[in-house]
Design a protein around this ligand. Structure first.
Ligand code: COA
Length: 162
C-alpha cells in the first residue's frame, strides 16, 4: 500500500490544491491531507474549520483522509507509514524553498521521498493569501475555490466585521 502525505496550511484550500490532490490520488493508494498545526502563519480559519472544509471538498475521493499534525513532518510520515510527501510546484520561485525542505526532510528521514506535482497552468498564480485578500475586499473568488469555501470565506469576513 503506497501512502502519501499532502501537508500544508490550507487557509483555505484552493482549486490549485485540489488539482494537486487529484493528481496524487492517481499515483497513490492512500493520500492523507494533513493540516500543519504548528504553522507560524496567522490563519483566518481555525484548524478544525480547515479540517472540516478539507473533508467536504475531498469527500468524493475514497482514498483520501484528512488529519492534522504537529511536530516534524517526517516523523508524522513515519508514524503513518507513508513513503511520500506530496508538494505542489507552481512557479520557479517555489523551487528554492521546496528544494531546501525536501533535502532537509531527506536528511531527517531517508525513506520518505518528496514528490513534486505541477498543477494545471491555470492555477500557477493561485495561493491561499491571494484568495483571502480578494475575498476580504469583496471580490469574486468563484474561479479560485469551490463554492463551499466561497461561502465559508464570506461568513468569516462577515463575522470579523469587514
Ligand atoms: N494551489 C494553490 N496554492 C498553493 C498550491 C497550489 N497547488 N501549492 C501551494 N500553494 C500555496 C499555499 O496556498 C500557500 O499560500 P500562502 O502562503 O499564501 O498561504 C503557499 O503556497 C505555501 O503554503 P503551504 O502549501 O500551505 O505550505 P506551507 O509552506 O505553509 O507549509 C509545511 C509547509 C507545513 C509542509 C512545512 O512547514 C512543514 O513540514 N512543517 C512541519 C515542521 C517540519 O517538519 N519542518 C521541517 C521542514 S524541513
Amino acid at each position: 500500500m503506497k501512502i502519501a502525505i499532502y501537508p500544508g496550511t490550507f487557509d483555505p484550500v484552493t482549486n490549485g490544491h485540489l488539482d494537486i490532490l487529484e493528481r496524487a490520488v492517481k499515483l497513490f493508494d492512500k493520500v492523507i491531507i494533513s493540516v500543519a498545526r504548528n504553522s507560524t502563519k496567522n490563519t483566518i480559519f481555525t484548524e478544525d474549520e480547515r479540517i472540516a472544509l478539507l473533508k467536504i471538498v475531498s469527500k468524493k475521493y475514497k482514498k483520501v483522509q484528512v488529519e492534522s499534525f504537529s511536530g516534524l513532518l517526517v516523523e508524522y510520515a513515519r508514524r503513518k507509514k507513508a513513503t511520500a510527501i506530496v508538494r505542489g510546484l507552481r512557479v520557479i520561485s517555489d523551487f528554492e524553498y521546496e528544494f531546501q525542505m525536501a533535502l532537509a526532510n531527506r536528511r531527517l528521514h531517508e525513506d520518505v521521498e518528496t514528490v513534486f506535482l505541477m498543477p494545471n497552468e491555470k492555477y500557477t498564480y493561485l495561493s491561499s493569501s491571494i484568495v483571502r485578500e480578494v475575498a476580504r475586499l469583496n471580490g469574486n473568488v468563484r474561479d479560485f475555490v469551490p463554492p463551499v469555501i466561497q461561502r465559508a470565506l464570506k461568513k468569516k469576513w462577515k463575522q470579523q466585521g469587514r
